[in-house]
Design a protein. Structure first.
Length: 596
């Protein structure tokens, strides 16, 4: 009996000590500057004290949302007034907690296992490690005391709270849940047994459909997709050969072979994908395209499926579309602070045309979506015309182009102009009619954002002339052009310093550049390539009054490039070399995607 009383008293003492630790943070909730006011000191006040925000911006947000601090912070972040890092740091200061970056290697498995995986994702509370008998947890929402109390109850542990980002929690969960995706391919093949498919006989489609519904095939297709998402692949290629099928993932712009499957299994896999995307499984002679949404790791992923017949069977390419990755924010795109400010100035203009150029897969859509995400969708009518609509966005109205029924870019844009738009995003300017309407819309008070396929920013002007737009209209309507490429970043796990060779040093000398250079040796994380992840390189052409005069006089490519250089603007190559000098990438990689 006495022992029980001692234990109870100890628990009370521990809780009192924990409460005393939090007292400074609790007392600081009330603003000492205005003791007469009943308003509680919040994250906005801390951001102001940190110098992360101007008082006028904070006052504007408070006038719109009152004391709703969540809406205030959402508004400030979406308008790029403050970064999520500043907000989380302010939260940590407000509650007297530590703000930290959490990486998978830091998380102890026994601590992580104290909570269910789905609970961690839904509650945004991540167990990190044990500090004695205390469980250290991290969360982006330290203000959610009810959730923290629930963790104490579920784990039976005292907790120590730190502040981290949502992205850190998602990264840790993806890495530690990797075993969920592990399957034995041999077991699946053995489960399927002997499968004979005669692709030339259409009457066997019923048997193929039944086979595609068998659990081993479903399990294998699910593995292909979930593993691709885990590996951050943008595409999955399933390629039939004479005696097997090859599966490759496109990661950071390069294809990697991941596995081979028996040729007898290939038709069932293709049919399963057709069933998922509502395609005709009996049609194996013509190309087909479909789309399906799946849930992986608690988030929605869209898959765009393209099927084309080859001599050995149907080849499948699955484009993995993750809306979380496309709205990552321009701060993480690789733009320098100077260029980012110029870009924000361009997209804040009330009218005109702004173009983003580059080859397929250079991140043009990501840049435009991120730009629209920075705009105030509550007070602006933002509309898009796309072919196809790859990402569903809540802050704008999206129109799907359909050539079969006559819904072309031009007709959709023409109708959209009667919908009182403020900002229009065109997926691509690809024909004279669309270009003419876009220019007309810009000249009548609308901001038009679009993409164009050109090699660099200056040649976009010449491209518009070649499409059929008069030079004087281009000079009047065009505000600016951003050209971009994606280059691979040096792997942080295996990077090592190196000295540029004589050829590379010659390039550096000509551009008067120097720095610390790194390259990757190659490891499992980077698939032996020395690179993990990608970052953008950019060049921005701002159409000034003097540049408009040059467009009217001579809109040839050579003239545009000379005028661009005369402005003192940095080229794609210049931006790439600067990133190589910072150790983010290699000179070899810069030369691969741009020219000196």
């Amino acid at each position: 009996m006495m022992q029980t009383e001692i234990n109870t008293n100890n628990i009370e003492v521990d809780e009192l000590a924990e409460f005393e630790k939090l007292m400074p943070g609790l007392r600081s909730l009330y603003s000492p500057e205005d003791s007469s006011s009943s308003r509680v000191r919040d994250v906005g006040d801390v951001l102001l004290e940190m110098g992360a925000i101007e008082k006028s911006k904070l006052d504007e947000a408070r006038s719109r949302f009152g004391n709703n601090i969540k809406s205030i912070l959402d508004f400030l972040e979406k308008s790029s007034t403050v970064s999520i890092t500043d907000i989380l740091s302010a939260k940590a200061k407000l509650y007297n907690l530590e703000y930290k970056t959490v990486v998978p290697d830091e998380v102890e498995q026994n601590a992580y296992n104290k909570l269910d995986k789905e609970y961690i994702k839904n509650s945004l509370i991540l167990p990190i490690k044990f500090n004695g008998n205390t469980l250290v947890i991290a969360t982006p929402e330290p203000e959610n005391v009810f959730a923290i109390d629930e963790v104490k109850r579920l784990t039976g542990c005292a907790v120590q709270v730190a502040v981290c980002s949502v992205e850190d929690i998602e990264t840790v969960c993806a890495e530690l849940n990797k075993s969920d995706y592990d399957i034995d391919l041999d077991d699946i093949v053995n489960d399927i047994g002997e499968i004979e498919v005669v692709q030339d006989k259409q009457e066997e489609s019923d048997d193929l459909e039944q086979m595609a519904g068998q659990s081993p095939v479903i399990k294998y297709v699910n593995y292909l997709i979930s593993n691709a998402v885990h590996e951050k692949a943008s595409d999955i290629h399933i390629e039939p050969k004479a005696k097997y099928s090859k599966v490759r993932y496109r990661i950071d712009g390069s294809l990697f072979e991941t596995m081979q499957i028996p040729d007898k299994m290939h038709p069932a896999v293709v049919s399963r994908l057709k069933i998922m995307s509502n395609l005709d499984i009996s049609e194996r002679r013509l190309p087909q395209d479909g789309k399906v949404s799946v849930i992986i790791g608690g988030r929605s992923i869209d898959l765009r499926i393209s099927i084309v017949p080859t001599i050995y069977g149907e080849k499948v390419v699955i484009r993995v579309l993750d809306s979380k990755s496309i709205l990552r924010g321009l701060d993480d795109s690789g733009m320098s602070e100077e260029l980012l400010e110029k870009f924000k100035r361009q997209i804040s203009l009330p009218n005109g045309v702004f173009l983003v150029t580059g080859p397929t897969g250079s991140g043009k859509s990501t840049t435009l979506y991120s730009a629209m995400g920075m705009m105030n969708g509550d007070s602006l009518n933002i509309s898009t015309v796309e072919d196809p609509v790859e990402y569903n966005l809540e802050f704008c109205n999206q129109i799907q182009v359909s050539e079969k029924i006559g819904m072309t870019f031009a007709s959709a844009l023409r109708s959209l102009l009667r919908q009182d738009p403020d900002i229009i995003m065109l997926g691509e300017i690809r024909d004279p009619e669309t270009a003419q309407i876009a220019v007309r819309a810009a000249l009548t008070g609308h901001l038009v954002l679009s993409t164009l396929h050109t090699n660099d920013a200056p040649s976009s002007v010449t491209r518009l002339v070649n499409i059929g737009i008069d030079a004087y209209l281009i000079a009047a309507a065009l505000n600016g052009v951003l050209a971009q490429r994606l280059i691979r970043k040096v792997c942080e796990d295996c990077k090592e310093p190196y000295t540029p060779n004589s050829f590379e040093q010659g390039i550096l000398d000509r551009h008067e550049k120097s720095g610390e250079f790194y390259r990757g040796r190659g490891c499992d994380k980077c698939h032996q390539t020395g690179y993990v992840g990608r970052i953008g390189i950019f060049e921005l052409l701002e159409i000034t009054d003097s540049f408009r005069e040059i467009i009217n006089e001579d809109a040839s490519i050579d003239s545009m490039r000379r005028a661009f250089i005369a402005q003192g603007s940095k080229t794609l190559f210049d931006d790439g070399i600067e990133k190589a000098c910072m150790g983010l990438t290699t000179i070899e990689e810069v030369l691969r995607v741009s020219q000196e």
